[in-house]
Design a protein around this ligand. Structure first.
Ligand code: C2E
Ligand code: MG
Ligand code: MG
Ligand code: MG
Length: 280
């Protein structure tokens, strides 16, 4: 019995470990099944250009609707997918679907949006990542500048030397990389340059208290000014209030994203949102 269930190590598991292992295995099976049964979808959140007021692009955010568990947050299932080796498959699914969605919007006459896709640190370990992105772009009839790849500052700093090499390869292909959750991951100015970053996404934890916390105001202002002198774009995440928006505008932040403008939307809702906003 023990052997059939997982080899000789199985009998050394304490009851607690068994149930933990069983839970992880159940989750892994659920993730695999979810991929097969197409329980994953993408939600799209607009990014707004603060000068024109137009939607400049959208970020694709993974969603998982489990038949019994309901909606599972990506903050929960992305780490699971990483732990059980499914992140490459899931990440490729997200990339391909996001690319084809952008193409579909274009074909429906929706102008000039870019599509931002999140990359996990583990996808950077995938040696065929640049080639995969090339393939997806070609299949979808897009060019590299249609896509933005978001990598968290923390992920980039896990193995900075490796990240520098991969990001350089992506840069040489004309792909744009945004540093996500910026301000939380302990990078430095010299790394930012070597990461070939194109845009900094200011983490929502700094944006949240802009109106009440002078330190957060100082941090956000410093990030925007530093980015601007380095020739980097800035976008603020998690913008929920007019007061936050006013401060960001004053400081010269390029773009903003957050519930003030829109929650993440379905593809159909996103299209309607863009058309409404872009109406003269
Ligand atoms: P992220 O890339 O930093 O995405 C921003 C998160 O903030 C999203 O959470 C979004 O729904 C949420 N958000 C947007 N505006 C607001 C706001 O005004 N207020 C607040 N409180 N939250 C806001 P979500 O969709 O739950 O995603 C969480 C994280 O999961 C993402 O953070 C990203 O790191 C990861 N993730 C999502 N999709 C993917 C994916 O396809 N691949 C990978 N590797 N990671 C993904
Ligand atoms: Mg992101
Ligand atoms: Mg972020
Ligand atoms: Mg985040």
């Amino acid at each position: 019995q023990a052997k059939r269930n997982g080899g000789s190590a199985y009998r050394f598991f304490t009851p607690a470990m068994q149930s933990e292992a069983a839970r992880a295995l159940a989750m892994e099976n659920a993730l695999r099944r979810a991929l097969e049964r197409q329980q994953f979808t993408l939600a799209f959140q607009p990014m707004v250009d603060l000068r024109s007021g137009h939607v400049s692009g959208v970020e694709a955010l993974l969603r998982w609707r489990h038949p019994e568990l309901g909606n599972v947050s990506p903050a929960e299932f992305i780490p699971l997918a990483e732990a059980c080796g499914l992140i490459d498959t899931l990440g490729e699914w997200a990339l391909r679907n996001a690319a084809f969605q952008l193409k579909a919007w274009r074909d429906r006459g929706l102008p000039g949006l870019t599509m931002a896709v999140n990359l996990s640190a583990m996808q950077l370990q995938q040696t065929q990542l640049p080639a995969l992105i090339d393939d997806v772009l070609r299949e979808a009839g897009l060019v590299p500048s249609d896509l933005e790849l978001e990598l968290t500052e923390g992920a980039a700093m896990q193995d900075p030397q490796h990240a520098i090499a991969v990001l350089q390869a992506l840069h040489e292909r004309g792909l744009r990389v945004s540093i996500d959750d910026f301000g939380t991951g302990h990078s430095s100015l010299s790394y930012l340059k070597r990461f070939r970053a194109y845009k900094l996404k200011i983490d929502q934890s700094f944006v949240r208290d802009i109106s009440v916390d002078a330190d957060d105001r100082a941090i956000v202002a410093a990030i925007i000014h530093m980015a601007s002198s380095l020739g980097l774009q800035t976008i603020a995440e998690g913008v929920e209030t007019e007061a936050q928006l006013r401060f960001l505008r004053q400081q010269g932040c390029d773009e903003a994203q957050g519930y003030l403008f829109s929650r993440p939307l379905s593809a159909t809702q996103l299209e309607a949102f863009v058309r409404d906003l872009q109406q003269p």
